[in-house]
Ligand binder design. Structure first.
Ligand SMILES: [Zn+2]
Length: 113
């Protein structure tokens, strides 16, 4: 592996990403668990009919986002596509938490409205 080849660069960037994630977790500890978690969101997976685990979702920043543009958080968007256009709907604001369920079999996530 030569110093300037893409594989070496990728490994160096991955190492930097891990260092940044470690530094970020030291500087900005994750939020404490909510002492009053949302009520259980019990649903069957709409994709495969499997069992779902109840939990929450949150739009959060990433180490790479921190690396490139500092602290930033993006909202979560839903895009509806038609043959001639698309429209988007804001699902979660940055750092907003919402009840959800995740299928243990196929990974489908259902977010409560
Ligand atoms: Zn499923």
């Amino acid at each position: 592996m030569a110093a300037g080849d893409p594989e070496t660069k990728r490994a160096e960037l991955d190492a930097l990403g891990r260092k940044l994630a470690s530094l970020r977790s030291k500087l900005i500890p994750p939020p404490a668990p909510d002492p009053n978690p949302p009520p259980s969101f019990d649903v069957r997976c709409p994709a495969c009919g499997g069992d779902c685990e109840s939990g929450t979702v949150q739009a959060d920043g990433t180490a790479w986002g921190f690396f490139w543009i500092g602290f930033s958080y993006s909202p979560l968007w839903f895009w509806r596509w038609t043959e001639s256009s698309s429209e988007r709907r804001r699902i979660l604001d940055p750092r907003e938490t919402r009840s959800s369920a995740c299928c243990t079999q196929c990974g489908t996530v259902v977010i409560q409205g």
